[in-house]
Ligand binder design. Structure first.
Ligand code: PHE
Length: 339
């Protein structure tokens, strides 16, 4: 009997050392110490022993039981500690690792150039005003000295929304609105989208952007116009850029000019961008027509003014050497990420 107990002890302790999970431990406990466990069976079997051996055996079995119970709870503590350590190892968070970067948004190239432009004109005392994209014929044409059957309306193929309601073809529509609302001195720029029924190709889009400028005050002359636009061109393209004023025609300005700058691509030698001319046209301008002033309630005998309309898309494509205007409108991430 004694040997049997000793063998059981050896076997049980040996097995215990190999157990690794709480579940295995529980099974072990039930199997040895449970109600129907081996130890309990041994105690029950004591009836078969001679009476004088019983107390001694009982003592030995109880000893073994408490020894196993202690070993079991030690093993249990060991296993919990091991499991905890393992989990901590697996779940380590290295706070010194660099984080995952989220992609930042950025400004559209048109907005970058527009912001520069706004800075330049604000530093010369211009306000920025906003005008509606849906305009009346009155502000887009009539108030600008372009009557119904004037051939100049053909220059600007117009999207009509309803009779007398259209998508503005030029930010010049803001000229008349501003002059009606403000008294001179007026110094404003009005940036925005404009719309013309154009076929889409590398240099044309039915939606594009202009920045209209308007100055009205006493004694404003063509020299002021030249000075402001030269200053603007030098700040945008660099001080060595030459600026050329060509006579032109717009119904709302008299005299009218178109302004070219030396091609930023070839420096004026002639290349693909400037179609070999060495010059790039960037804007139309002129002295506000007396009829336009008078129509808005400003006395042309007392006040004069100039206006200009800058093509923002052209400015942007030449600055960044973008070969196709469509890229500005397609919102291809691969294109936009470069700015
Ligand atoms: N609005 C004209 C255009 O779209 C440009 C312009 C603006 C010309 C102001 C003169 C004065 O072509």
């Amino acid at each position: 009997m004694k040997e049997k107990l000793e063998a059981l002890r050896e076997k049980a302790l040996g097995e215990l050392a190999t157990l690794e999970t709480p579940k295995e431990l529980e099974e072990f406990r039930v199997r040895l110490l449970g109600k129907k466990g081996e130890i309990t069976e041994l105690l029950r079997g004591m009836g078969a022993l001679p009476a004088e051996e019983r107390p001694k055996m009982g003592q030995l079995i109880n000893q073994l039981r408490s020894e196993l119970e202690t070993a079991l709870s030690e093993r249990e503590q060991n296993i919990t500690a091991l499991l905890k350590e393992k989990r901590l190892k697996e779940e380590t968070l290295d706070v010194t690792l660099p984080g995952t970067k989220t992609k930042e948004g950025g400004l559209h190239p048109l907005n970058i150039v527009l912001n520069d432009l706004i800075d330049i004109f604000q530093s010369m005392g211009f306000d920025v005003v906003d005008g509606p994209e849906v305009e009346t014929e009155h502000y887009c044409f009539e108030a600008l000295n372009v009557p119904k059957d004037h051939p100049a309306r053909d220059m600007q193929d117009t999207f009509y929304l309803a009779e007398n309601l259209l998508l503005r073809t030029q930010t010049s529509a803001a000229q008349a609105r501003t002059m009606e609302q403000r008294k001179p001195p007026i110094r404003i720029i009005c940036p925005g989208r404009v719309f013309r029924a154009d076929e889409v190709d590398a240099t044309h889009s039915p939606v594009f952007h202009q920045v209209e400028g308007l100055v009205v005050d006493k004694g404003i002359t063509l020299c002021d116009l030249k000075g402001v636009l030269e200053q603007f061109a030098h700040e945008i393209y660099g001080p060595e850029t030459e600026v050329k004023f060509r006579p032109s025609f717009f119904p709302f300005t008299e005299p009218s000019v178109e302004v070219d700058v030396t091609c930023s691509e070839c420096g004026g030698k002639g290349c693909r961008v400037c179609k070999g001319t060495g010059w790039i046209e960037i804007l139309g301008a002129g002295m506000v027509h007396p009829r336009v002033l008078a129509g808005c309630g400003i006395d042309p005998e007392e006040y004069t003014g100039f206006a200009f309309g800058i093509g923002l898309d052209r400015l942007t494509t030449t600055r960044y050497k973008i070969s196709d205007i469509r890229l500005l409108f397609e919102n291809d991430q691969r294109f936009l990420e470069q700015f």
